[in-house]
Design a binder for this molecule. Structure first.
Ligand code: CTP
Length: 401
C-alpha cells in the first residue's frame, strides 16, 4: 500500500510508461500501476515475453492500465510501438532484469520494450531485480555504470533474501520507493539546492518508565511536507517524534522521543538549513520523571509540569535573513487573527492555522482546512484540502517569500 501522504493530486494526467521484465517480482508492477492510476496518471505497460510467464496483460488492464503492449508490430500502424515511450513523461522499467540493462547499455532493440527504450526521449528509471551473483557480475556492473552515466535513474536493488533462496543484493526496491522516484523524475525541481528541516509528530514526556504524557498527532502534515519537498528536489531532514509514519529513503530521518530531544536535534540542524517547517505537536509541558514505576495506593497523583522549550520560537529568535520559517497553529475563533498574532510572536515567515475540533481538519485527518498568513499581511483561506495539497501550496508560498 502506498501511504496516503505520498499521493499528490498535482500529477493528475501525467503519463507514465511502464516496462515489465521476467522476474518473480513482476507482480509488484501491478501494485505500482494501481497506485499511479489512483492518481489518475495514465499508465501504458509493455510486458516482455518473459514477463508474460509471471504476470498477464489482463491483470494490468484490470488494475487500470490504459493499454498493455506485448507484440512489437501492428499491421494497421507499424510505428505504433514507439508511441507509448514517446508520449510518456517518464519511462520506468520495473522490475528490470540483467538482460534489459545489458540491452539498454548496448543499444539493442530486438523486442518491443528495448525498442521503446531506445527511442524514448524522456527520463528513464530502472528498478533492478535479479540474483545477487547476476547483479554483481562485472558485465552487469559495467552496464549499470554506463546507464548511470547516461542519466538513467536507479532505485535499488535492495539487499536480503531473493526468490531463489540466495542472500545478497538483488531484491526489487519497495514499491513505494519506486513510486516516489517516478514522481520525482517528472517533478519540476524548484527546490533543488535547498536544505529543509521538518519537525513532525507528537512528543512523549515520560513521568515513569511505563507512562507518558502526549497527544494524538500522527505526523501526516509534516510527512506530506517532507515528501513534497523531496519530490521538488530539496535535501530534507525530518526530526520525528514517536510516530509510525513512512518517509521515503531520500528523506533523512532523525527519531526522537521527548520535546527536549526534539529541541536539541532541530536546533543543531537549524543553522545549516534554508527552511524549517515546524509541524510537530510538541508537548508544551513535561512532568517530572521518576525512574521507578508509580504504584497505585488509592491516593491521587499530583505532578507539577515544567514548561518545554518552544522550538519554533527559538528558531525565530536566531534565524538568519535567508532562512524561512513555517509554523502551525491549532485555533478556535478567528483563525486569521490568531495566525497573524502567532506569526509575530514566534517571528515566523508563514503561519498556517487550522480549526480545532472539526472532522475534516487537524490531528489524524487526511485533510485540513487552513487560513494562512505571511509577514506582508497576505492572508488566504483555503477550503478543505488533502494535506498533500496543503503541503504543496505551503512550499510554493514559502519559496516565493
Ligand atoms: N512549537 C514548537 N515547539 C513547542 C511548541 C510549539 O516548535 N514547544 C511549534 C509547533 O510545531 C507549531 C507552533 O509552534 O508550528 C504551534 O504553536 P503553539 O504556541 O504551541 O500553538 P498551539 O499548539 O496552537 O497552542 P497555544 O497557542 O494555545 O499555545
Amino acid at each position: 500500500m502506498i501511504p496516503r501522504h505520498y499521493l499528490f493530486d498535482t500529477f493528475r494526467g501525467e503519463r507514465v510508461h511502464l516496462g515489465v521484465c521476467g522476474s518473480v517480482a513482476a507482480y509488484k508492477a501491478l501494485e505500482l500501476t494501481r497506485a499511479l492510476v489512483h492518481l489518475e496518471m495514465p499508465v501504458e505497460v509493455t510486458l516482455t515475453t518473459a514477463a508474460t510467464q509471471f504476470v498477464t496483460p489482463m491483470a494490468f488492464r484490470a488494475v487500470g492500465a490504459a493499454a498493455v503492449h506485448t507484440a512489437p508490430f501492428h499491421l494497421e500502424d507499424p510505428f505504433q510501438h514507439l508511441q507509448p515511450g514517446e508520449l510518456a513523461r517518464a519511462v520506468a522499467v520495473v522490475p528490470a532484469t540483467a538482460n534489459i540493462l545489458a540491452k539498454m547499455a548496448h543499444g539493442l532493440a530486438d523486442d518491443l520494450l528495448s525498442t521503446q527504450l531506445l527511442a524514448c526521449p524522456g527520463p528513464v528509471l530502472v528498478a533492478p531485480a535479479m540474483n545477487p551473483r547476476m547483479w554483481l557480475a562485472s558485465a552487469t556492473q559495467a552496464n549499470v555504470q554506463v546507464l548511470r552515466q547516461r542519466g538513467v535513474r536507479f532505485v535499488g536493488p535492495d539487499s536480503g533474501a531473493v526468490a531463489c533462496g540466495d542472500m545478497g543484493t538483488g531484491r526489487l526496491a519497495p514499491v513505494e520507493e519506486i513510486f516516489v522516484e517516478i514522481l520525482r523524475l517528472i517533478t519540476p525541481q524548484d527546490l533543488a539546492g535547498m536544505r529543509i528541516l521538518v519537525t513532525l509528530g507528537p512528543t512523549r514526556e515520560y513521568f515513569d518508565p511505563a507512562r507518558f504524557w502526549s497527544n494524538p498527532s500522527t505526523g501526516t502534515m509534516g510527512a506530506s511536507l517532507a515528501v513534497a519537498a523531496a519530490l521538488r528536489g530539496a535535501e530534507v531532514t525530518a526530526v520525528c517524534g514517536p510516530v509510525d509514519i513512512a518517509l521515503p529513503r531520500s528523506v533523512r530521518r532523525i527519531d526522537v522521543i521527548s520535546a527536549q530531544e526534539m529541541f536539541t536535534a532541530a536546533m543543531d540542524l537549524f543553522p545549516s538549513v534554508d527552511m524549517a517547517l515546524c509541524t510537530a505537536a510538541v508537548a508544551d509541558f513535561r512532568p517530572p520523571r521518576q525512574e521507578t514505576k508509580y504504584k497505585k495506593d488509592g491516593q491521587s497523583l499530583a505532578l507539577t509540569f515544567a514548561p518545554n522549550p518552544d522550538i519554533l520560537a527559538a528558531m525565530g529568535k536566531t534565524k538568519a535573513p535567508h532562512q524561512r520559517l513555517l509554523g502551525f497553529a491549532a485555533e478556535t475563533g478567528d483563525l486569521a487573527a490568531a495566525a497573524a498574532a502567532k506569526l509575530e510572536r514566534k517571528n515566523a515567515d508563514l503561519m498556517a492555522a487550522n480549526p480545532i475540533g472539526q472532522a475534516e481538519a487537524g490531528f489524524a485527518s487526511p485533510t485540513n482546512r487552513m487560513v494562512v498568513v505571511d509577514r506582508s499581511g497576505r492572508t488566504e483561506s483555503w477550503p478543505v484540502l488533502p494535506k498533500t495539497e496543503v503541503a504543496w501550496r505551503l512550499l510554493s508560498w514559502l519559496a516565493s517569500l
